[in-house]
Structures are given as C-alpha cells and as structure tokens.
Design a binder for this molecule. Sequence first.
Ligand code: KG4
Ligand code: ZN
Length: 360
Amino acid sequence: MNRAPLTLLGIETSCDETAAAVVRLHRDGRGEILANVVRAQLDLHAAYGGVVPEIAARAHVDLLDPAIKQAMAEASLNFNDLDAAAAAAGPGLIGGVIVGLTTAKAIALGSGKAFVAVNHLEAHALSPGLTDDVQPPYLLLLVSGGHTQLLVVNDLGSYTRLGTTLDDALGEAFDKAAKLLGLGYPGGPEVERHAALGEPNILLPRPMAGRPEPHFSLAGLKTALRQEAMARTPLSDKDVADLCASFQEAVGDVVRDRVMRAMTLFEDRMPEGMALTLVAAGGVAANGPLRAVLGEIAAERGYRLVVPPPALCTDNAAMIAWAGAQRLARGFTDDMGAPARARWPLDPEAPPALGAGVKA
Ligand code: KG4
Ligand code: ZN
C-alpha cells in the first residue's frame, strides 16, 4: 500500500452501546486506535433482562454527542483533521442505527469530509486486522448477541456464509440462560463468572452436533437448562454455578463440533498448502473457556487462531472506523442517501438454513 494515512471517526449505535472512536490506517496497513469511547447503557436495560429498542434509541440521542466530543478530545483532533466519518448503518435496532447514521452524515457534510456507511457485521469480521496482521481469506466465527455465523471472509465486501443459527444467537442464549437463573444482564460475563465456581456435572444436550452443515440451534439447550433449573428449585449458589458450568461446557462442545465441520468446508475451498487462519469475533468471543476450545481445535487442525482483545470483541466504534478506513482506502464511500438497515446480511446469496436434513 502506498498512500497517505487515513484518519476516521467511527460511530456505533446499532444496539445498546453508544460508541465513538478515532482510528488511523497507516501507510503500511497498520491500524492505530487514537480514541475508543464506549458508553454502555446497561443500567437502563438491566431491569428488563434485555435491550429495549425504544429506550436504546433515546439513550443514543443523549449519549452520542458527548461520546464523540470525548473521542475527538482524546485523539487531540477536530473534524477538519479527519478523512471521513463512518457509522454502522445496520444491521441492528433501526431507531438506534438512525441516530448514529444521521450524526455521521451531518459531521461529514458539515466538515466537507467523506462519509462511509459500514455494515456492523463486516466491522466485527474485519476487527482482528486492527491489532493483528491478518489478511483474507480466513474462516470467521462471528458470535454476538444478535448473530451466530460461520463465514469465509474472501475479501473486503465478499463473504460466503457456511453456517448460521436456526433460532437463538449464542449471546442471546447466554443472556436467556442468565435471566432464567436470576443472574444479571448481559448474561455472558455473568454465566462465565458463575461457571468458574461450579462443576459441569449436569447433562445437557449438544444440539446439531454431527450435522453436515455447520448450522447452530440453541433454543433446545436453553429449554433443557430451564427444566434442570426447575427440577432443582429453590436454587442454591452451588446449583447456579453447576448449571452455568454445564451450560458453558455444552456451548463449548457445540462450538467445537460446528467449527470443526466448517473447517473442513473451508479447507475444501482453499488452494492446497495455503496457511489457514481462524478468527473469532463478536461479544461471545470474549468468553475465556470458549477461547480455550477454539485454541485447542486450531492447534489440532493446524490453524492460526486470531481473537481480538475482549474490548474489541464486544460492540465498539473502533471496529466501525477501521472497516470504514478499509473501504475508504479502496475508494468506497457513500452518499447522504445511504439507508439505515434493520437487516443487512454479509452473504445475501446464502441459501436458507432450513435445508435438507435440518429441522428447526
Ligand atoms: O458483539 P456484542 O457486544 O453485541 C452484539 O452485536 O450483539 O455481543 C453482546 C453479546 C451479549 O449477548 C453478551 O451476553 C455476550 O455478547 N457476551 C458474552 C461474554 N461477554 C459478552 N458471552 C459469553 N461470555 C462472555 N464473557
Ligand atoms: Zn456486535
């Protein structure tokens, strides 16, 4: 690459994190985070055990301007120093997406800079490039509160979906598990914390294990957990810890089985002798035991494993700015008509998951 460094403001408002960041893409392709501000709305949604879209959208309106000011101040820059403003244009909760998208457009228009509409999922997919030298093609496990997918990242803007979930996303399953065990929101970190105190001694199903297509199904696991919890009510602290440990172990086994299946499909697509890379991204990739499972299978199958640090796995705006910079470097910008999208699949050509041999 031979061009001037690019400096972008990134904005993320597609779920319940209000985030603004400033990132520089250096001439040599390296990324540098100049500021990364995340204002979680946890306390606003905790009482409901999940994100309330209307509350999230209103909170983004209140929190976004101060977050942007803070990010620009930490980066010691003003809008004139930017090359572009980028925002997550979807997929996500539409009210929140509109807040971030409109703000980024206004900043770009007002300061005569380029505007880039970023796919939130593409930002997760490209996030490892911020901290590690990792180039496509690679196999991606994207596991967040809203998405659970196995994808081949072919190139910027080119993805092949190998697997998806037939029902709940993995993060959603963690959140529901936590809720039914009376733990806080978001559920993932709570389940992980309690699991560390328990034994995985309760038998739970491993849905979809052994199926040829690397899809996921998590609703049955959650139901089985609910039944085991009800059978033990009132739950002692030890019961909760054991249920969390058993749930987390079941999830680890499912991920092991599904990712190994995807590895086989990925290898079939790659030229002989090519170095193989597995990337995990999204909030659930912050889970320590899950990262250990991925480390094991990567070692077993001869893959390099790249997982962004936890703060870049969960929703953040540095990944939005970074994806925006990658697009800008290729000359892709968007105009003021770029829409907010509730749905925006990375692989629009992917066949429906409910195919042969798969039951919902
Ligand atoms: O990527 P993310 O921040 O937001 C979405 O795009 O959804 O992911 C949030 C999800 C939540 O469901 C949360 O419970 C889960 O990631 N999560 C975890 C952990 N940290 C966050 N799940 C399991 N273990 C964790 N340590
Ligand atoms: Zn996300």
